[in-house]
Design a protein around this ligand. Sequence first.
Ligand SMILES: *Cc1c(COP(=O)(O)O)cnc(C)c1O
Length: 402
Amino acid sequence: MAKHPDKQNPATRLVTGGRRPEWTGAVVNPAVWRASTHLYPDMAALDDGARRNEDGRFFYGRRGSPTQWALAEALTAIEPGAAGTMLYPSGVAAIAGALMAVLRPGDVLLMTDNAYDPSRAMGMGLLRDFGIETRFFDPMDVAGFAAAICERSRAVLLEAPGSLTMEVQDVPAIAAIARAHGLISAMDNTWASPLGFPVLERGVDIAIMSLTKHVGGHSDLMMGSAAAGPELYARLRRTAQALGQVVSPDDAALALRGLRTLGTRLQRQTASALEIAGWLELRPEVARVLCPMLPESPGHNIWRRDFTGGCGLFSFILKGGDTAARARFIDALELFGIGYSWGGYESLVVPVDPAPIRAVTPWPFAGMAPADRFGVRLSIGLEDTADLIADLDRAFAAMAAP
Ligand SMILES: *Cc1c(COP(=O)(O)O)cnc(C)c1O
């Protein structure tokens, strides 16, 4: 590993992070250490292992082995301000792990109204069953967020851009208010990754990612992460250990492989998404493109101010139409696979219907025609953009001629 990691830029850290010689040996990558049992040379070492509970120490498989440690260390290296990173078997598990680390019965969790649907479901289901109340706030209304804080508020969950509708909220402003009121803030940063939005540097306490998406990058693994400064990282770690969270070394090795090319893939997918989103904006079948990199998208100015990168995920809204027309469009696509998840090397499409998962903000957005409500979300992969545009063009023709 390089001798001066503190002086490296993120693109370099993506390459150098986690590659300790004691984990990699004589090759480039850490080995896949498949292990439940760790063997000790003698009784003294066994006692020592049981007494200490520190990162990077052999104990038992549930606390990981060098493969998982290398991935966690590489993620910490690209998250400025992080003391450590916990790994979880999925992004949802990371969100649950972070929230359970900071919330207790009687607390109120404030959640942005455009949060990932399973995050909402967690608030209204699992957390409610543990005596925690979730209240939603308008992602674009900073004063409304401040007004929603009460005695029992303990934490806030942010996400920017929000799932499906892609509004970019003023994270630094909300995080500063949260901190001033003693709330712990956590942010789902799956969209931008720390390369596009350094969460902790922007004043948020916990940085969460679904590694299933961009970091894995090849649609072949499920994993999540949560990173924080020293005090909160210790709490994340305690909670994850209490819940028995561990990820497989094979998946960790795949995620680490994906991480090495994250920057290059994000750059390429951002450029392709911009080109395709711009093309969609000019189509007569499209009412609105919700892509944070475009000026028309809600919170674009905040994106320009706070973000240093984008990705290939965005949505657009059809002009009028109905579910049958949208189904004709989606079914006609050949290069876009129909399926959940995103951030892989291959392009994907899903329908978007935000209305049922909104508590305090309207859908369609204020100012949009009520008939313009059927959305489509695209995840732009690494294919040639001209081919993707031709595919979309064909699908619009199929939509028009049933
Ligand atoms: C997919 C996703 C998650 C959950 O990740 P999984 O690894 O699928 O559990 C969390 N947040 C956002 C924004 C997502 O898109």
